[in-house]
Design a protein around this ligand. Structure first.
Ligand SMILES: [Zn+2]
Length: 615
């Protein structure tokens, strides 16, 4: 009897595990961002922007090329093309509200349900423009992959390398352990090599290895929601927030199938049929207008390169010959010019008309950007194209542009397909000042001074608990940012979590950070682009240089017996240390080998020097 009882208990227990939907996306993102603070700050900035803009009009047709990576350890896991096709059908139906169960949404949600208007296609060409089926199959000797194991994304580790994750949606299908059905990488919440979604082969598509109750392809729909930045309806908290206005607040995840109205958190019924809940595949059928707007806005801010890609276009064979010339930027460019928006001229050199081409371009050592062009150029005709912005740093630059895949085919004459130009930007590095206020922002004010103590900007009418982002184009020099609190309790951490940071816009390099202070504090930071050209301009007033750390100032404006203040900055402009000396000699032996910037100040005399430590 006891044995029978334990078999029954065991059966119930294992059945429960099978019927619990479990998605790893939020956990994985939180873990990643807790270790990558700069990326978290960057995401927070874009998240604020998304919450404010809430795009409600879609101006582009979205056709996203998808590459499926089937990673199998056993023959069963090597799912059929038909099963993959069945999943693609579900994706297209669910994202265009053409799913047959859409009508099952309770009538009081009729006014908020919406179509995402996003299409997915099997990639018809590789990133290098070779024909493709959009399906990669790989045998792996790894029997199962787990949530925090990234080896699935690397061929060298038994996984499968992603195709350029900016231009393709990558979906991996494999055997996932620990009962996780799948996971997605939220936008900008992980490496570009791991971006995409991972789905267990038993919960993918609608035929073959798909097992009820997750056998209708909705695990992929749900994970795609996360991939486009949607959260779970309960915000992963008790009556939490999913950052979408029209979805009802709900207490927690719903499992199985529910009957409407299923009330929680004083709502008129949970929207348990939403794809972002945890119900069974057969019981979910809708996204909302608010979710759609958040997705559009997120694509616009994070994943815009996925749209208008040629990945969905078949390669057609014609004889094509196109050429490219960079028109802008060349020579000397004024102002911050960051990012820079290049302009190119493309020309049709073949005897057939030119209808499509892709421009591949980069500045300095940035990653390549790709821009798709379509139009109609007669033989020998040319046109000008304005390209999307690309960030730059420093003063001297090199821009590369290449025209590829004219008429979706290979160019018969590649000698005129590339152009390279040099250009210089004269002034300015784009700097962001991030200020987060506390519950008593009226007590706070700030003033930004240049190195001659002239006021650049200030603000003494701040709003509580707001994230301010101020942008300045600053020339190479040192700056002072004075922060005041009339009550002497700063902005952290008794009445809120305020902070102030100064960041280079490019790469978001942090130059300074202030969290706690009392009545007043001064942040000092230096801006430098530090190219070779810039270094030459800095007068060498330090001997010896390079040095083992013991140095002397050889500038005659500086006197002995009057204190000299020396401030040491990293080449990114971050203050490392400051020292005072009554002689013109300083000991910097504690510095590691490398390049530093040193500011010496004695009364009104200020010099700014580069120092190379080589012990
Ligand atoms: Zn989820």
């Amino acid at each position: 009897m006891r044995i029978i009882l334990s078999i029954i208990i065991c059966f119930i227990f294992s059945k429960n595990i099978l019927s619990q939907r479990k998605c790893g996306s939020i956990e994985k993102m939180n873990k990643y961002l807790s270790k990558n603070v700069k990326q978290k700050i960057n995401r927070d900035i874009i998240e604020n922007k998304i919450l404010e803009e809430d795009i409600s009009i879609n101006t582009q047709s979205m056709n996203i090329p998808v590459v499926f990576h089937v990673l199998y350890n056993t023959p069963t896991q090597n799912i059929s093309d038909a099963q993959i096709e069945s999943q693609l059908v579900v994706m297209n139906n669910d994202f265009n509200r053409t799913n047959l169960d859409a009508f099952q949404v309770p009538s009081n949600f009729n006014s908020i349900v919406a179509s995402m208007q996003i299409n997915f296609c099997l990639a018809k060409r590789t990133p290098d423009n070779n024909p493709s089926t959009g399906i990669i199959r790989k045998n792996t000797n790894i029997s199962s992959f787990s949530l925090y194991d990234t080896s699935i994304h690397y061929s060298s580790l038994g996984g499968s390398d992603a195709w350029d994750t900016k231009r393709y949606l990558n979906i991996w299908i494999t055997n996932i352990d620990s009962g996780v059905l799948g996971w997605a990488q939220f936008p900008d919440a992980g490496s570009k090599y791991t971006d995409g979604i991972v789905i267990d082969y038993r919960h993918f598509g609608t035929i073959g290895t798909a097992v009820a109750p997750y056998n209708l392809g909705r695990t992929t729909t749900h994970e795609l929601g996360h991939y486009f930045n949607l959260f779970h309806l309960w915000g992963d908290n008790y009556c939490g927030n999913d950052l979408v206005n029209d979805t009802p607040e709900q207490e927690e995840a719903n499992y199985g199938c529910k009957i409407h109205p299923s009330v929680s958190c004083n709502n008129n019924g949970d929207m348990f049929m939403n794809f972002m809940d945890y119900t069974d595949d057969a019981c979910m059928n809708s996204f909302t207008i608010g979710q759609r707007n958040r997705v559009w806005s997120s694509i616009n801010n994070y994943r815009s390169d996925l749209i208008n890609q040629i990945g969905c276009d078949q390669i057609i064979n014609t004889f094509s010959d196109a050429s490219i010339e960079i028109l802008y930027p060349i020579d000397l460019i004024d102002g911050c010019s960051n990012p820079i928006y290049p302009e190119v001229k493309i020309k049709n050199n073949s005897t057939d008309n030119l209808y499509t081409a892709t421009i591949k371009y980069k500045v300095n050592s940035s990653n390549y950007k790709y821009q798709y062009w379509n139009g109609n150029l007669s033989p020998q005709q040319s046109t000008t194209i304005l390209l999307s912005g690309i960030p730059i740093s420093g003063n001297s630059h090199i821009i590369n542009a290449e025209i590829i895949a004219p008429n979706n085919t290979t160019d018969i004459n590649t000698s005129d397909n590339t152009d390279v130009k040099l250009f210089e930007t004269s002034t300015g590095t784009s700097i962001n000042i991030n200020l987060i206020t506390d519950n008593y922002a009226e007590e706070n004010s700030w003033i930004l001074f240049d190195e001659n103590n002239n006021i650049i900007d200030s603000n003494d009418s701040l709003v509580n608990n707001k994230h301010y982002i101020y942008n300045y184009c600053l020339k190479d020099a040192c700056y002072k940012l004075v922060v005041n609190d009339t009550e002497g309790d700063g902005f952290c951490c008794d009445y809120g979590n305020g902070s102030l940071s100064v960041n280079k816009e490019l790469d978001n390099i942090e130059l300074a950070l202030l969290t706690t202070f009392s009545f007043t504090d001064t942040i000092e930071f230096c801006v430098t682009a530090l190219t070779n050209k810039e270094n030459e301009r800095i007068l060498n007033s330090i001997i010896p240089n390079p040095s083992n750390g013991i140095i002397s100032i050889k500038n005659n404006n500086f006197k002995n017996s009057i204190p000299i203040l020396a401030e040491v900055f990293s080449i990114e402009g971050k203050l490392i240390s400051s020292e005072t000396s009554l002689t013109k000699t300083f000991n910097f032996r504690y510095l590691k080998n490398g390049i530093y910037l040193i500011k010496f100040k004695q009364n009104e005399n200020v010099i700014f020097n580069k120092l190379v430590i080589n012990k």
